[in-house]
Design a protein around this ligand. Structure first.
Ligand code: NAD
Length: 254
């Protein structure tokens, strides 16, 4: 990163982060591509090869349930093998040194927690869990994924016989109200939002930066391509996420 104008942007981001008291990061799939997990909307992303399963279809169609289990069992193997990258590590370090209050993520891969972030707010749930829609019990996904792969049959809840779904929020499914309240609260309290690696088109998560801005927060966007919020941001840094966060971190600690 030797473009002088980019170095200015990085220096500004580091200065604002240094001044901030209640900064949050809002992350999307782009922070995990350097860990080998494809995002949704890039040309090599998940939607280039797969159709999403919608929640109403999951409820009413055995075929849709099978398709979700097929897709998520494969994705789970990918998540389990993936390791946090420098971007995840920088955010965890910033939280540890209180430069960052919390990480709110749209990601379902669990890599922020694996990198050492505490109390990550996962607005779209976690692909490391399976949940029963009947009795709400949750289990780690590993044994269920293995069982599905061997039997090629969608499992039922062993306790109540209810539908077992991956612990993620599907399109057309409401967010967990408690999780959303926490995300909204953090956005309202934030004096700085770093929106990182998200196309910022999936609602309501995409509205969190606006909620923060209405309360006077600064907004820094770090992404490889344009987003609908670029015009409202105080700073837009276009570039690779791991590299950009590493350079901001070096500025902060130098
Ligand atoms: P998205 O795919 O819509 O957008 C990702 C953005 O990151 C794109 O604008 C892309 O250009 C950018 N990007 C990708 N890699 C980058 C890199 N290395 N450096 C800089 N920019 C990069 O993802 P989103 O906005 O998070 O979409 C929301 C949905 O995607 C969420 O529901 C989330 O659950 C889901 N998702 C999550 C994962 C994951 O958990 N890792 C993976 C795929 C999709």
């Amino acid at each position: 990163m030797d473009d002088p104008s980019r170095l200015d942007l990085v220096a500004q981001a580091a200065a604002w982060l240094g001044e901030s008291r209640t900064a949050i990061a809002l992350t999307g799939a782009g922070i995990s591509t350097d860990s080998g997990i494809p995002d949704f909307r890039s040309p090599t992303g998940v939607w280039a090869t797969q159709q999403p399963v919608y929640f109403p279809d999951f409820l009413k169609s055995a075929e849709a349930r099978f398709e979700l289990w097929r897709q998520k069992s494969l994705a789970f193997q990918e998540f389990r093998a993936a390791k946090p990258n420098r971007g995840h590590e920088v955010l965890a370090r910033w939280q540890g040194s209180r430069r960052l209050a919390r990480v709110v993520t749209q990601n379902i891969d669990g890599l922020h927690t694996e990198a050492g972030c505490q109390r990550v707010v996962e607005v779209h749930g976690s692909a490391r869990d399976v949940v029963c829609l009947g009795c709400q019990q949750r289990w780690p996904a590993g044994p269920w994924a293995e069982r599905f792969e061997q039997s090629q049959a969608v499992p039922a809840c062993p306790d109540c016989g209810g539908l077992l779904k991956w612990g993620i929020v599907l399109f057309g499914e409401p967010l967990d109200p408690g999780v959303w309240r926490e995300a909204e609260h953090l956005a309202q309290q934030a004096d700085l939002v770093l929106a990182i690696g998200s196309s910022l088109v999936v609602e309501p998560a995409a509205s969190l930066p606006r909620i923060a801005k209405r309360r006077g927060a600064r907004l820094i966007l770090i992404n490889g391509e344009e987003t609908p919020l670029d015009d409202e941001a105080d700073l837009v840094i276009r570039g690779g996420i791991s590299e950009t966060l590493t350079v901001i971190d070096a500025r902060l600690t130098s």
